[in-house]
Design a binder for this molecule. Structure first.
Ligand code: HEC
Ligand code: HEC
Length: 381
């Protein structure tokens, strides 16, 4: 420093200017820190709880605003149409339980929610595995980027390439029972028949979740995000390490998940007889990679790299699971492969771990597979 002038000799104006500038800078930095949540990060008070509380507050505000705008329009037809309730992260905000209507419709919504949450308990005769709808559509179908039902409800009827016809929501849900819930191995042996109460209740729930959303709008957060292809492609062998490090603690090293003493699923199985079948969307490695990166490990969304998401999705889909129900008795795997699996990214029809993938699971086959199963720490053959 060359300025040796004593402080007290500086002019009063200069001091005032420096002081003012300092205050402005100080304030600026302070508000930046505050705005970006750096304050709580610096002081270590940024917890999961306070984030979700914050989210709850603004979600409630969004719903309240919708209600106010609706009231205004009832009183005055010239008032602007109510805007979609949107939360601070830019996603649609579905109603909370306190908005459940009384009466038969509200009761149907509640039944639908419980079917969605605990499918084996509340629609058990149509469920042929250990899964519930909410295992793949998190937060009981409310979580963005987890194929939320508020985004789906406003998109049907729609044409679907998978079955080459216009699908109503009932048709779409029928597909979920058939494939994701493996209805072929259920007590009823098939998805609920057309017009069944299960469809009505689920549709009531979805319709109610979409309250305030505009019909046919492609809402942000719909479906699962797609993960960009990587230079290295996907590889189940690399995925085994990712699985051991990030997934096995909950889903088990053998991928069979965990059940409580009453046989209720706590952590769902990822392959084997209790999981989704070879016709389900999740058997596609790209779809699974999108679901996993946005939702798994549970509580740590978006923590896996693109490469890790692809590899671990490949790993969980490299094991036997129930057969594709479209493969009838007389059809072999290679025909079914050509007919139903061409152009999609999967291991269907490949032989991995000594098993032809797609041939389905009998008790005997599964036991034989388990005896030789390669579930071990990576690197040990
Ligand atoms: C094994 C995981 C899994 C289970 C269990 C599951 N689903 Fe799905 N669901 C998916 C996948 C994968 C998709 C396709 C998402 C995409 O294309 O991004 C999907 C899509 C949907 C859609 C269409 C979403 C949209 O935006 O068009 C609906 C509706 C749906 N599921 C309802 C259900 C219901 C009801 C159940 C229970 C009876 C269920 N799902 C069980 C994986 C699952
Ligand atoms: C902290 C425990 C936990 C960890 C760790 C975890 N999961 Fe999950 N996973 C769950 C739970 C619980 C569900 C069901 C979600 C629900 O019902 O809300 C689930 C659901 C799933 C599903 C859909 C349902 C099914 O059975 O197919 C897949 C696929 C999945 N997890 C894959 C993974 C992968 C891959 C990893 C590692 C990258 C992982 N999970 C890590 C707890 C966990």
């Amino acid at each position: 420093m060359t300025d040796k002038t004593p402080y007290r000799e500086r002019s009063a104006t200069r001091r005032l200017v420096y002081g003012g500038l300092g205050a402005v800078i100080f304030f600026g930095i302070g508000s930046l820190i505050y705005d970006f949540g750096l304050f709580s990060w610096m002081t270590g008070t940024r917890t999961v709880l306070s984030e979700s509380e914050q989210h709850l507050k603004t979600a409630t505000q969004a719903r309240r605003q919708l209600e106010e705008e609706r009231t205004a329009r009832r009183d005055n037809p010239d008032a602007p149409a109510p805007a979609q309730p949107t939360g601070e992260a830019g996603y649609f905000v579905p109603p909370g339980d306190e908005e459940l209507p009384d009466g038969p419709f509200g009761e149907s919504v509640e039944r639908g929610r419980e079917i969605f949450r605990n499918t084996g308990t509340n629609a058990g005769e149509f469920v042929g595995n250990d899964l519930s709808c909410a295992n793949c559509h998190l937060d009981t179908g409310k979580r963005e980027n987890s194929a939320p039902m508020w985004a789906a409800a406003i998109q049907y009827p729609a044409f679907r390439g998978k079955n080459q016809m216009v699908n109503t929501m009932e048709d779409r849900v029928n597909g979920c029972f058939t494939y994701s819930m493996n209805a072929q191995d259920s007590e009823h042996g098939d998805a609920p028949p057309p017009g069944h109460q299960v469809y009505k209740d689920l549709q009531s729930y979805f319709y109610w979740l979409a309250d305030g959303a505009a019909l046919n709008e492609d809402l942000p957060g719909r479906g699962y995000p797609s993960v960009e292809e990587t230079d290295q492609g996907y590889d189940w062998q690399r995925g085994q390490q990712v699985f051991t490090d990030n997934c096995a603690a909950c889903h088990g090293i053998d991928g069979q998940g965990q059940q409580d003493l009453n046989g209720r699923t706590i952590f769902p199985p990822l392959w084997g007889p209790g999981s989704y079948n070879w016709g389900a969307g999740m058997h596609r490695i790209n779809t699974a990679a999108g679901f996993i990166q946005a939702n798994m490990p549970l509580g740590k969304p978006n923590s896996l790299t693109d490469q890790e998401a692809w590899d671990v999705a490949a790993y969980i889909n490299s094991f036997p699971r129930p057969a594709d129900p479209r493969q009838t008795d007389k059809m072999d795997v290679s025909t079914a492969d050509e007919r139903f699996h061409e152009g999609s990214i999967n291991y269907y029809g490949d032989t991995l771990h000594g098993v032809l993938l797609g041939e389905g699971i009998t008790q005997e086959r599964w036991e034989r597979f388990l005896r030789t199963a390669p579930f071990h720490e990576p690197g040990v053959d």
